[in-house]
Design a protein around this ligand. Structure first.
Ligand SMILES: Nc1ncnc2c1ncn2[C@@H]1O[C@H](COP(=O)(O)OP(=O)(O)O)[C@@H](O)[C@H]1O
Ligand SMILES: [Mg+2]
Length: 139
């Protein structure tokens, strides 16, 4: 387990840059934390580090369910599970196909589909400690 703290958006970007080193070859990163915790902001920092040319595309994928950022080195698949109702819904987004493509899968609202998160996923919990202070716990 590793704990990071951030005092502002720039700090969150720095945390994302550090964690980017651990996922730069792909895998699964499950994000946990409520509305406004900073999940999408963190993903923006991660994409900035891993695929700077993709940065324009990063926003909360709530409506699209999944956003794809295809970098030269790595494809990133960014899911927001908030609006999905059940396992069948998740299946129909192509979630399980993405996971097999060898890129990096990131999920916002992982707590809603805990049983679908791979056992070997990295898990990052983001907590708000105040207006702009955030704690990141990576397991
Ligand atoms: N240190 C910080 N890290 C991330 N977001 C922060 C921070 N301080 C303030 N914020 C604000 O909190 C909000 C986080 O929103 P967002 O990243 O969309 O969260 P989520 O995806 O978890 O709902 C944004 O309005 C952002 O500007
Ligand atoms: Mg979000």
């Amino acid at each position: 387990m590793k704990v990071y703290e951030s005092n502002d958006l720039a700090g969150t970007e720095e945390v994302a840059r550090e964690i980017a080193q651990k996922v730069k070859n792909g895998g699964f990163l499950a994000l946990y934390g409520g509305m406004g915790a900073g999940k999408t902001s963190f993903v923006r920092g991660l994409v900035k580090a891993l695929c700077p040319e993709c940065l324009d595309l990063v926003h909360s994928p709530t409506f699209a369910i999944v956003n794809e950022y295809r970098g030269k080195e790595l494809a990133i698949f960014h899911f927001d599970l908030y609006r999905l109702t059940d396992e069948e819904d998740l299946y129909s987004t192509g979630f399980y196909d993405y996971a097999e493509q060898g890129g990096l899968v990131i999920t916002e609202w992982s707590e809603l589909f805990e049983s679908s998160i791979p056992k070997d996923a990295l898990k990052l919990t983001i907590e708000s400690l105040g207006d702009t202070k955030r704690r990141f716990t990576l397991c």
